[in-house]
Design a protein around this ligand. Structure first.
Ligand code: CMC
Length: 428
């Protein structure tokens, strides 16, 4: 039997349908509220607004749970590969052997950039941030496949998805090579996805780079843990842009821009900058924490806090222990990891952080792993973006296939000047 919530306003009672998700999340459907009562809902920053019904990712922020299509991320990070996880996130089920082989073949087929697209790199300044390059290049990809991708056709959709996932890796590595003035390294179809990326990043025309299995594993885990995170800022952006029927490339390119900010994906770069600053200035962890608590120049403990997690972010928990084994396997010593651990311990025992339920998020430890495997600082957020592409694609598709889907168009409460007459220049 359908359930309803009641809203009493002035002298009338309105019945609002209740929607219950498969994990018993309860929502009040207010879509008809304005038509019935004239009321809209107000929720700055969408802190308590469900923007869609989705089957892709489940988060329990209080318990610290994250699952893609029902699969716990810890299990995927242990047992799956990024390519397999990407397929599952986008299509809903783990691939069979032949489906996976076919998808890998598609990734190999699409790994090259069109020569005209490659020439775009020459137009960027050498100090351009790779996120700006990534966003511009993804949008430019739309010029080479102008027809609207058909999200309802599995084969066509998967081909377009593979094209994007594959080329993004080539673009990201080329953006890095551009930033250091080195020639672009062509992809190698014989290498799996992650090794191929590392090859394009670190090989030189006169020196082939061979990653160790530990580095490949660490990068795979990093990408898997970033593959989706339901309605965050960048994913909501992709869905918002896609809701206007904009093509996949334009929508994903907007997602990259949204991810760039330091309150979102840019935090992984900001965390390392913060740790370096503490290390190089000789400031103690206590002094740094005091500055954050005093909100000195709006300082924040980067990599801490989350809109949804009011508990330890499960990705951070996994990456924290991965840090230890990656650094040990690679024989890397990191004073930054020591500082991070001390910051965490200090913050988790401080009432400022405890009362606000601020715990480490995914970005707190991920940068230490990326640094250990040799990824330069300005590429950290690009790495996040490479990981998140399957999630964005899955949400873009879900949005398109939603039979009740409409253009996203929030309302507002207007609080500006009421009507007034134009004042001629000479009277102002
Ligand atoms: N350091 C210090 N204080 C903090 C922090 C922090 N990292 N995060 C939140 N607060 C305080 C904030 O000042 C506010 O205090 P008060 O009640 O005194 O005004 C209170 O906690 C609530 O913060 P909020 O800004 O209202 O929380 P939010 O849900 O809007 O923001 C957040 C979430 C992730 C943007 C925020 O916690 C933050 O800025 N964290 C640091 C940046 C970061 O690590 N971002 C990565 C997020 S996870 C990965 C991703 O999304 O890409």
């Amino acid at each position: 039997m359908s359930e309803f919530a009641e809203l009493k306003f002035r002298d009338k009672v309105y019945q609002l349908p209740v929607v219950i998700g498969t994990e018993n999340e309860i929502a009040v459907d207010i879509s008809k509220l304005r038509a019935q009562s004239g009321l809209i809902t107000l929720d700055d920053g969408y802190g308590n607004t469900g923007s869609c019904i989705s089957e892709i990712t489940y988060i329990d922020g209080d318990k610290g749970i994250l699952r893609y299509r029902g699969y716990p991320i810890e299990e995927l990070a242990e047992k799956s590969s990024f390519v397999e996880t990407a397929y599952m996130v986008m299509l809903g089920e783990l691939p069979t052997n032949s489906q996976l082989a076919e998808f890998r073949a598609k990734l190999a087929e699409h790994e090259f950039l069109h020569e005209s697209l490659r020439h775009h790199f020459e137009g960027f300044s050498s100090d351009a941030h790779p996120m700006a390059i990534l966003s511009a290049m993804i949008n430019a990809m739309g010029c080479f496949q102008p027809a609207m991708i058909e999200p309802e056709d599995d084969d066509h959709f998967l081909d377009s998805a593979a094209r994007l996932i594959s080329k993004v890796r080539t673009i990201a590595a080329a953006a890095y090579k551009q930033s250091i003035g080195h020639p672009m390294i062509y992809p190698r179809s014989d290498l799996p996805y992650t090794s191929n990326f590392l090859h394009m990043m670190f090989s030189k025309p006169n020196n082939r780079y061979e990653p160790t299995p530990e580095v490949v594993k660490a990068l795979n885990q990093f990408l898997i843990l970033h593959a989706d995170h339901e309605q965050n800022c960048s994913t909501s952006t992709v869905r918002m842009v896609g809701s206007s029927q904009a093509n996949l490339y334009a929508s994903i390119s907007s997602g990259v821009c949204a991810l760039w900010g330091h309150l979102h994906g840019g935090a992984n770069q900001a965390v390392i900058q913060m740790l370096l600053e503490i290390h190089e200035s000789g400031m103690s962890v206590d002094q740094f924490i005091e500055k954050v608590k005093n909100k000195d120049a709006n300082m924040r403990l980067m990599g801490f806090g989350h809109r949804v997690y009011k508990n330890y972010d499960p990705r951070a928990r996994y990456l924290k222990s991965a840090c230890d084994s990656v650094l040990q396997n690679l024989g890397v010593k990191s004073p930054l990891l020591d500082i991070a651990r001390e910051l965490e311990e200090r913050a988790l025992n401080d009432s400022y952080f405890v009362e606000r339920k601020l715990y480490p998020n995914v970005d707190f430890y991920s940068g230490i792993i990326l640094r250990a495997i040799g990824i330069p600082l300005n590429m950290f957020t690009v790495m996040f973006a490479i990981g998140r592409i399957p999630g964005w694609i899955a949400h873009w598709r879900e949005n398109h296939l939603n039979p009740n889907g409409r253009i996203h168009r929030p309302r507002q409460v207007y609080n500006g000047q009421t009507v007034r007459s134009y004042i001629p220049m000479e009277e102002r």
